[in-house]
Ligand binder design. Structure first.
Ligand SMILES: Nc1ncnc2c1ncn2[C@@H]1O[C@H](COP(=O)(O)OP(=O)(O)O)[C@@H](O)[C@H]1O
Ligand SMILES: [Mg+2]
Length: 261
C-alpha cells in the first residue's frame, strides 16, 4: 500500500452555524501502481479528503500514512516535496506566466526555499535552470510525441491556451515533479471530448510508463470504467464500497444511491 487512510473524521460548521460530520471514519488502502477512482455525490467530501492527504486541511482526526510515514506530524508545505502531486479541481495554468515558466514551477527542486541562491551561486543556478528547460521539453515529448506543437509554444502566455489544453498541460506538468502518487481532482470536468481522450491516455501513461499511483476524483462514469482499476465509493462519510471498478459500479446499492438507476 502506498497510501493508507485510517478512520479519517472531520466536521464543519454550516451557514446556520450547525456542526455537521462530513467524514465519519474513512478507511482506504490505495494500492501502489494502480489507478483508483474516488466517486460519490456532490458535497460528500471528496475534495476535502484530498485536502487532508495533501496537508491543506489539518482539523481532522485519524491517520494518513504515505509510504509508511505518518503524515499527521508533517507540516503542509513539506508534504508536496515528499512525492505527492495534485491536480486541483478546475485548476489551470497560471496566466501571466509562459508555458515554460508554468512547467518549470512544478519541478521538485528546493531552490525556492533559498530565495537568494540565484545571487549567491549564479552559475549553478543557471545550469539548474537549463536542466529544467531540457526536462520540460523531454516531458512534453514523452506525452505529446516528437515535434508536438507545444514545444513551439513554450513562450506563449498560459492564458492563451484553451481550458482543455490547460488541463492536459497541467497533467503533463505533474510528470516534472518526481512524484510517486498523483491526486487528480475531476480531471475531465468542463473539458471537451477530444481532450478527454488525451487525458485518458496521459493517465494510462502515468501508470504504465511512469509506474505512478493515481488517485482520481471523477464524475464521468464512462471515463472511470475505462481508466480505473479500483473504485472507492464515498457515501455518508465513509467508503461504502471499494473493489474492482466494474464490481463497484454495477453494485445494486451503488447504482441506487449514487447513480440513481
Ligand atoms: N473549510 C470548510 N468549512 C466549512 N465547510 C466546508 C469546508 N470545506 C468543505 N466544506 C463543506 O464540506 C462539503 C464537502 O465539500 P467537498 O469536499 O468539496 O465535496 P466534494 O468534493 O465531494 O464535492 C461541502 O458542503 C463544503 O461546503
Ligand atoms: Mg470536489
Amino acid at each position: 500500500m502506498i497510501l493508507q487512510l485510517k478512520d479519517i473524521r472531520i466536521s464543519f460548521t454550516n451557514a446556520q452555524n450547525e456542526s455537521f460530520d462530513l467524514l465519519r471514519g474513512v478507511n482506504l488502502d490505495v494500492e501502489k501502481g494502480k489507478i483508483t477512482a474516488l466517486v460519490g455525490g456532490n458535497g460528500t467530501g471528496k475534495t476535502t479528503l484530498f485536502n487532508i492527504i495533501s496537508g491543506f486541511e489539518k482539523n481532522y482526526t485519524g491517520e494518513v500514512v504515505f509510504e509508511g510515514n505518518d503524515f499527521n506530524r508533517i507540516p503542509a508545505h513539506r508534504i508536496s516535496l515528499m512525492g505527492i502531486g495534485r491536480l486541483f479541481q478546475d485548476g489551470q495554468l497560471m496566466g501571466g506566466l509562459t508555458l515554460m515558466e508554468n512547467m518549470k514551477l512544478a519541478s521538485d527542486d528546493t531552490t525556492g526555499e533559498m530565495p537568494f541562491s540565484s545571487l549567491l551561486f549564479p552559475k549553478k543556478w543557471k545550469k539548474a535552470e537549463l536542466q529544467k528547460e531540457l526536462q520540460v521539453r523531454e516531458v512534453l515529448t514523452r506525452i505529446f510525441g516528437q515535434d508536438n506543437k507545444y514545444l513551439n509554444m513554450l513562450d506563449k502566455d498560459a492564458s492563451e491556451f484553451s481550458y482543455g489544453e490547460q488541463r492536459i498541460l497541467s497533467l503533463a506538468r505533474l510528470l516534472m515533479g518526481g512524484d510517486r502518487l498523483l491526486l487528480l481532482d475531476e480531471p475531465t470536468s468542463g473539458v471537451n471530448p477530444m481532450y478527454i481522450e488525451i487525458i485518458e491516455q496521459i493517465i494510462r501513461e502515468m501508470k504504465e510508463q511512469e509506474g505512478l499511483t493515481v488517485l482520481l476524483i471523477e464524475h464521468n462514469m464512462h471515463f472511470v470504467r475505462k481508466v480505473a482499476d479500483v473504485c472507492a465509493y464515498l457515501d455518508e462519510g465513509i467508503i461504502a464500497k471499494v473493489g474492482p471498478t466494474a464490481e463497484v459500479l454495477d453494485d445494486k446499492n451503488v447504482r441506487n444511491s449514487y447513480l440513481g438507476l
